[in-house]
Write a protein that binds this ligand. Structure first.
Ligand SMILES: [Zn+2]
Ligand SMILES: [Zn+2]
Length: 367
């Protein structure tokens, strides 16, 4: 099937799809993967993206990139262990420094600023722009968003995108990379097992083969490959910048160390667990306002902390939408940023949900 034809299949769905959404989760969990649920591409690729048919000419180089930048097997798990476990250890050190009275408002400012920068990089950049192509923007804005997201230490851009597209294609079935509904275990123990797997356990099992399947368009884009390949540099920059700013403001090495702890380690810890809560909490607890072929839910506290990503049932029902908080009271600062970029002509082709689509998928009873 031609790429353009495949993309046409993913444009807003009709009544047949609405009926399909009403299939039960259990039926889907044991069914073969649903080929209709494609990765998160919903519009024509931007002009700068090489047509995927042309990728074969550069495939060897792309595979080298994939293998070279994200190591597989034991090394990958070792790196994940460090990136997952080091921030909590440093948070412990930070709490000890607070207990000693070594804390200043500058630390809190660095934490807040770098939290917002890296979290918006994930939500607006990695998620809504690169994964779902919910809006288009200038190349230099794409680059900035990609760098901001990389500073969150959640994996290189193309790996992140392919994992998330796999999540949408197989949401809550057996091929979902991080569903909390991993097996038929019921009760408190089953929920706990599912929660741990969806929140953090899955990161040690991620399959790298997904990249060439789910993110061909990004592998074909030189800018995405560059952001992906320089991932370690962006992470280090995200740790050194708050240290540098803290050191300059305080005029001391201690200011730099404190800036590193608050703007780096504590900020990473928070961004990690808030983002992972979208995978775990928002597929277990909360309200299902719209029909969607999965167990996604809207959870207010995650919605606020995760810059609007906690309106996760809205997102699974309408994955192409640049706006996740569909009600006026559903706080969605990521949407505010996209609207702000659009106001200055820096974001175009914003994709939103027509009222009739919302009415068609609206559930009458909440659970
Ligand atoms: Zn989800
Ligand atoms: Zn998504």
């Amino acid at each position: 099937m031609k790429f353009v034809d495949r993309l046409k299949m993913e444009l807003p769905q009709g009544p047949t799809t609405v009926r399909r959404h009403r299939a039960t989760v259990d039926q889907r969990r044991h069914a073969p993967p649903n080929q209709d649920r494609q990765p998160g591409l919903h519009c024509d690729p931007p002009a700068h993206v090489i047509h995927p048919d042309a990728i074969s000419a550069t495939s060897a180089r792309n595979e080298d990139l994939v293998r070279g930048v994200v190591p597989n097997g034991g090394l990958w798990r070792g790196l994940r262990l460090i990136t997952v476990c080091l921030p909590p250890l440093l948070v412990g050190v930070t709490m000890w420094t607070c207990w000693k009275g070594w804390f200043s408002p500058v630390d809190l400012m660095l934490f807040a600023v770098f939290y917002v920068i890296s979290a918006l990089g994930i939500t607006v950049g990695f998620h809504r722009h690169f994964t779902h192509q919910s809006f288009r923007t200038k190349r230099w804005i794409s680059w900035i968003l990609g760098v901001m997201g990389s500073m969150a230490l959640q994996g290189p851009l193309i790996w992140w995108v392919s994992t998330h597209r796999a999540h949408h294609q197989h949401a809550d079935d057996t091929k979902d990379p991080h569903s909390p509904h991993i097996d038929d275990a019921r009760g408190l123990w089953g929920r706990l097992r599912g929660f741990v797997h969806a929140h953090i356990g899955w990161t040690f099992k991620a399959n790298l083969q997904d990249m060439s399947v789910h993110a061909k368009d990004l592998l074909a884009d030189p800018l995405c490959r560059q952001i992906h390949a320089w991932f370690p540099f962006w992470v280090i920059m995200g740790l050194l910048l708050p240290a540098l700013i803290g050191g300059v403001i305080a005029g001391s090495w201690w200011g730099a160390a404190s800036g590193f702890l608050w703007g780096g380690a504590v900020r990473l810890f928070m961004v990690h667990h808030v983002t992972w809560s979208v995978n775990s909490v928002c597929h277990l607890w909360g309200f299902r306002d719209y029909e969607s072929p999965d167990q996604s839910r809207n959870k207010t506290v995650v919605g606020v902390l995760a810059m609007g990503e906690g309106w996760h049932n809205n997102h699974h029902a309408f994955p192409y939408s640049a706006r996740h908080g569909l009600e006026w009271w559903q706080f969605d600062p990521s949407w505010f940023l996209i609207r702000g970029l659009a106001a200055f002509g820096l974001a175009t082709h914003l994709r939103t949900v027509p009222a009739e689509r919302r009415r068609a998928l609206r559930r009458r009873t909440l659970d």
